[in-house]
Write a protein that binds this ligand. Structure first.
Ligand SMILES: [Zn+2]
Length: 441
């Protein structure tokens, strides 16, 4: 029993899978195409909101319709002209293909029945100007508006239900201009360029049209094909193009505008790119530099270098010039030049050379002698008595040397800190001690 139930389940899965495959295959779609079991058919309907993606077609714009691989949208311009447009309609009807037609106002005016046939067949109808001038890129915007409005007015007028007119516009000759595009965008009209043409407006053979259509489609893998339903070569090439699409596994997508009752097919922004970037596709585009918004324009005061002392200590490579500038800012006023001046013949000048030291000591003694004489008695009474007031530290050092005058020259500058301190405390008693030491020696 268990085994048979597994078999039953397996069979039901096979039936289900076959059903799914049949739904997606051309053969199954042919069931919906009376009289043509091999019809290419229309695989799906794509509902687009012109305001969300107003410029489409990679021949001129960044975005195109959000098609999957091997999906194709057929478009026909410049009609309707009964002789050829009706043949195109028949070929498409035989294959149950839905396409988009861009009508010229003058053609609609001359052949309104042709427009009604398109609508009745379920095709999407957009417009393509009134007179098809190839000067949209340089004509005044007022004239462009008149061209756009004329095409819309006459095409709508040809329709039984003008609401069937799609807000799709293709600029004649693809002579795009920013002003024209902006005008159309402001009116919620989608500007259709294409992903590849087949050059069927040129004087080429129908075979050439067919070859170009397939080659260019193969090169991009999907996209919007631009054709014209007013050319004999297009009529001749179309069956061969459809045959190849079928053989190569391409699928037709029908595009219609979104309405209040018919919301746009959910898509992501990246699907509107012909070849969306993937994880496995290396790209050379770097992320955009973010746009910073400044909430205030008030400038803050630059910090003083002194505030960065801690950092300066850890930055030995900081330029010396900067360091100097930093100290200048925090320094005291420059001292006056006179502070460094030494008068000619002064004790300081004489002391600057060894040969003049004796002269210096004489000068010092001369300045000290009168006072020394006056205080001689006091000095003799007590060694702890205060020494005579001297002229300055240097004369105090000079005094012992003066006492030694005529004997061995003494170094008048104390050689160690202790001697220096002693000299400064008792400048006068020192010669007495030195003399006594020399006597003992
Ligand atoms: Zn055209």
């Amino acid at each position: 029993m268990i085994g048979s139930s597994v078999v039953l389940r397996t069979r039901s899965w096979i039936v289900l899978c076959l059903g799914i495959l049949a739904t997606a295959s051309p053969a199954a779609r042919a069931a919906d195409c009376p009289g043509n079991p091999e019809a290419l058919g229309t695989s799906r309907t794509l509902v687009v909101d012109p305001r969300e993606h107003p410029l489409i077609g990679t021949m001129q714009y960044r975005e195109t319709l959000p098609l999957k691989d091997r999906e194709v949208v057929l478009t026909f311009d410049d009609g309707p002209i009964p002789k050829y447009s009706n043949q195109v309609l028949k070929i498409l009807a035989d294959e149950c293909i839905k396409a988009t037609f861009f009508i010229v106002g003058n053609q609609a005016k001359a052949n309104p029945d042709g427009v009604r046939k398109l609508v009745a067949a379920g095709h999407t109808v957009g417009t393509h100007s009134m007179d098809h001038p190839l000067t949209f890129d340089r004509m005044p915007i007022e004239k462009a508006e008149a061209e756009i409005n004329g095409g819309i007015a006459w095409t709508a007028a040809a329709m039984t239900d003008p609401s069937q007119l799609a807000p799709f516009f293709r600029i004649p000759g693809l002579m795009r201009a920013e002003g024209v595009e902006n005008h159309l965008i402001s009116r919620g009209i989608q500007v259709w360029s294409a992903d590849f043409p087949a050059d069927d407006w040129r004087h080429v053979s129908s075979d050439r049209v067919y070859q170009l259509a397939i080659q260019r489609l193969e090169a991009k893998g999907k996209g919007i094909l631009l054709l014209h339903d007013i050319q004999a070569r297009t009529v001749a090439a179309l069956p061969k193009i459809i045959r190849d699409l079928k053989a190569k596994g391409y699928r037709i997508v029908h595009v219609v505008p979104a309405t209040a009752e018919r919301p746009a097919t959910p898509t992501t922004a990246v699907e509107w790119l012909l070849h969306p970037p993937t994880e496995t596709t290396p790209i050379a585009r770097w992320p955009r530099v973010p746009q910073f918004v400044f909430t205030q324009t008030r400038m803050l005061p630059a910090p003083a270098l002194a505030d960065l002392n801690a950092q300066i200590e850890h930055q030995p490579l900081l330029p010396r010039r900067t360091m100097a500038q930093a100290s200048v800012a925090a320094s005291l006023p420059v001292p006056g030049r006179e502070l460094f001046a030494i008068p000619e013949g002064s004790v300081e000048v004489l002391l600057s050379t060894t040969l003049s030291r004796r002269a210096a000591t004489r000068l010092a003694m001369a300045a000290q002698t009168p006072r020394a004489a006056k205080t001689k008695a006091a000095q003799g009474k007590t060694a702890k008595g205060k020494p005579a007031k001297l002229q300055g530290p240097r004369t105090a050092h000079a005094a012992p040397a003066a006492a030694n005058d005529g004997a061995q020259p003494l170094d008048i500058a104390p050689k160690n800190a202790a001697a220096r301190a002693a000299a400064s405390k008792t400048a006068v008693p020192r010669p007495t001690r030195v003399a006594s030491l020399k006597k003992r020696a």
